[in-house]
Design a protein around this ligand. Structure first.
Ligand SMILES: Nc1nc2c(c(=O)[nH]1)N[C@H]1C(S)=C(S)[C@@H](COP(=O)(O)O)O[C@H]1N2
Ligand SMILES: [Mo]
Length: 256
């Protein structure tokens, strides 16, 4: 690659952080500088992937591609008394809490979520176990909800706390939870889905709402979301790795 092109890339990726490269060709032609430029280019690749690549949309499909039998996985019916009471009452008294590092904590009913800015998308769900299904999702976009709550500057992650416990452990760490960063939270396809294939979200798939995070694997997409918290670190949650499956060895960033 020509030095000029390389500088252009570097400038694009690093300019904003002030780690720019001088425009001197003699520096670019010296072996030491080239080594550091190559290093920086590797960095640049990751920076681009992180900052630019993650804004790209996941592929969307036509209605004809929808799987006739979308698989359900993990918990398919949380057994907690609270949750079962909500199912029996049609989730009328259910409220989604959005709290933690926010200016205005929210408590939203399902109707209020249905009135919030929404998005509908037909996407492929990929489970780490090796199966995929295509479904149509409609939900409240997370970004605008976060704006309504007013994210405090020190917040870095969004944590989702679910109604189900997958594993009863002595230390009480078996509750399903997940965390994502704010870039993913504000991605246009990141929604709190309350509809699947044009019907209210079924219990097996996470009623009343489940996260859709279309650029990552299935285990990131928390079902049965009861509470959302803005946090600056997930070290204190569960076993400290950022999610139920992450605590058991899976990657925190499960990009696909
Ligand atoms: N609360 C909760 N969320 C969950 C799970 C779970 O067991 N509990 N399983 C995860 C996994 S591994 C996958 S693949 C998807 C499955 O979603 P589905 O049942 O709609 O296929 O949900 C994810 N979110
Ligand atoms: Mo999964």
């Amino acid at each position: 690659m020509k030095a000029a092109t390389r500088r252009g890339l570097l400038g694009a990726a690093l300019g904003a952080t002030g780690a720019g490269v001088s425009g001197c060709d003699r520096i670019a032609n010296s072996p030491e500088a080239n080594r550091s430029l190559n290093l920086a280019e590797g960095l640049n690749f990751h920076v681009q992937r992180l900052l630019l690549g993650r804004r790209a949309l996941a592929r969307e499909y036509p209605a004809s591609a929808i799987s006739p039998d979308f698989r359900a996985n993990g918990t398919v019916n949380p057994d907690s008394e609270d949750y079962q009471a909500h199912v029996a009452g049609g989730f009328k008294d259910w409220r989604l809490e959005i709290g933690g590092l926010v200016e205005r904590p929210l408590q939203l009913s399902l109707d209020e979520l249905r009135q919030a800015p929404s998005r509908t998308q037909i996407t492929r769900h990929d489970c780490v176990e090796g199966w995929s299904s295509i479904g149509k999702w409609k939900g409240a976009r997370l970004g605008p909800l976060l704006d309504r709550a007013g994210v405090k500057p020190q917040a870095k992650y969004v944590a989702f706390f679910c109604a189900d416990t997958l594993e009863l452990t002595l230390d009480g760490t078996g509750d399903y939870y997940e965390t994502i960063d704010l870039a993913d939270a504000r991605h246009p396809q990141t929604v709190l889905a309350y509809e699947m294939n044009d019907r209210p979200l079924p219990v097996a798939h996470g009623a009343p709402i489940r996260l859709r995070l279309e650029r990552q694997l299935g285990y990131k997409m928390a079902k049965y979301v009861m509470r959302i918290e803005l946090i600056d670190s997930f070290a204190g949650l569960g076993l400290g790795k950022g999610g139920y499956w992450e605590d058991r060895g899976y990657q925190w960033y499960a990009g696909i």
